[in-house]
Design a protein around this ligand. Structure first.
Ligand code: PBG
Length: 323
């Protein structure tokens, strides 16, 4: 004990601190979420996410090129289709918006970029829910077939990985089966395993025009009060064959990330969602917080909690800062 024990001894200089640092953040940890929409020459800023844009496919390629040049290993794509319908057919259309975006990105960057495709119906359904509606409710098992079909369609377009985010029971197994049957056994699944029904998704829903037209998502996304149930969701997806497990959102759920780290041997991802981005950005823009410092601290904290990978809208800036 004190005065023998003096933790400050190892904090005296920068080099000492570097030697005993337990957690590191590198560009290899980052996954950059991007929005793609119809049209040409489009680069529309999202008002609640300053610095983030909805790109048409032709503009997407140069925007992603900047990230690739900085060493960002992966992007995850979200599409805004021209038309929506009851069954979200735009999600699994051969010429769908994300299918075309994947094609363009793989053509431009080949194996220098991992292209991940989000698998969900909410951006493509007229009612904005993540599955098909029967009797005013999302029909789980009917939705599974469409999610499988969507994953196959995205793999056919060239996606390197698929990421189901609909929170339907059995979705990982259904997608694994569908991919394997279509000859895509090599395509990994990053599962949004513990995805909470969070108000921090607000800016994303503005960007993707995917807010539910009636009700909310609490019948399928998780109750923010439940930590044990999150572990159950993570373990189920682990058993169903997910290759990477995700917790979402990140910063308000660091305890879930830490507990998840204890129960699975698989890589763990965390999603610093749109609302987390908006908060940090707003404070920075007002001069209330120093942007670079708080962003790096927030990401370091997410890694310290146990995440191996972080989906963050700050990916490009962070890659630049870490250079
Ligand atoms: C689609 C999906 C959502 C997000 C990622 N995939 C929105 C939602 O569930 O309503 C949110 C991402 C973010 O807020 O940055 N299901």
């Amino acid at each position: 004990m004190f005065p023998v024990e003096r933790p400050r001894r190892l904090r005296r200089t920068g080099v000492l601190r570097r030697m005993v640092r337990e957690t590191t953040l590198t560009v290899d940890d980052l996954i950059y979420p991007v929005f793609v929409q119809e049209g040409t020459g489009m680069e529309q800023e999202i008002s609640s996410m300053p610095g983030q844009f909805r790109y048409s496919v032709d503009r997407l390629v140069p925007a992603v090129e900047a990230a690739v040049r900085l060493g960002v290993p992966a992007v995850i794509l979200f599409g805004i289709p021209a038309e929506k319908d009851e069954v979200g057919s735009g999600a699994y259309a051969e010429e769908g918006i994300v299918q075309r975006a994947i094609h363009a990105l793989k053509k431009a960057f080949g194996n220098d970029l991992v292209v991940i495709a989000d698998v969900c119906l909410c951006e493509y359904t007229s009612h904005g829910h993540c599955g098909v509606i029967h009797n005013h409710d999302v029909d789980n098992d009917a939705t599974l077939e469409l999610l499988g079909k969507t994953a196959v369609s995205l793999a056919e377009a060239g996606a390197d990985m698929v990421a189901p985010s609909a929170m339907m029971d059995g979705q990982v197994q259904a997608i694994r089966d569908a991919l394997d049957r279509a000859g895509f056994s090599r395509v990994p699944i990053m599962s949004y395993a513990a995805k909470f029904a969070s108000f921090f998704y607000g800016p994303f829903r503005e960007a993707a025009e995917s807010a539910p037209g009636f009700g909310d998502r609490r019948g399928y996304q998780m109750d923010p009060a439940n930590g044990r149930e999150a572990l159950r969701e993570l373990l189920l997806d682990d058993e169903e064959g997910a290759d990477i497990l995700m917790v979402k959102p990140a910063m308000p759920y660091l305890d879930v990330i830490a507990r998840a780290r204890e129960v699975t041997l698989k890589p763990l991802a965390a999603y610093q969602v749109s609302g987390e981005y908006a908060m940090l950005k707003a404070a920075a823009r007002n001069g209330w917080l120093p942007e670079r410092d708080v962003v790096l601290e927030s990401l370091m904290a997410i890694k310290r909690a146990g995440a191996d990978l972080i989906l963050t809208y700050f990916a490009k800036e962070v890659a630049e800062w870490l250079k």
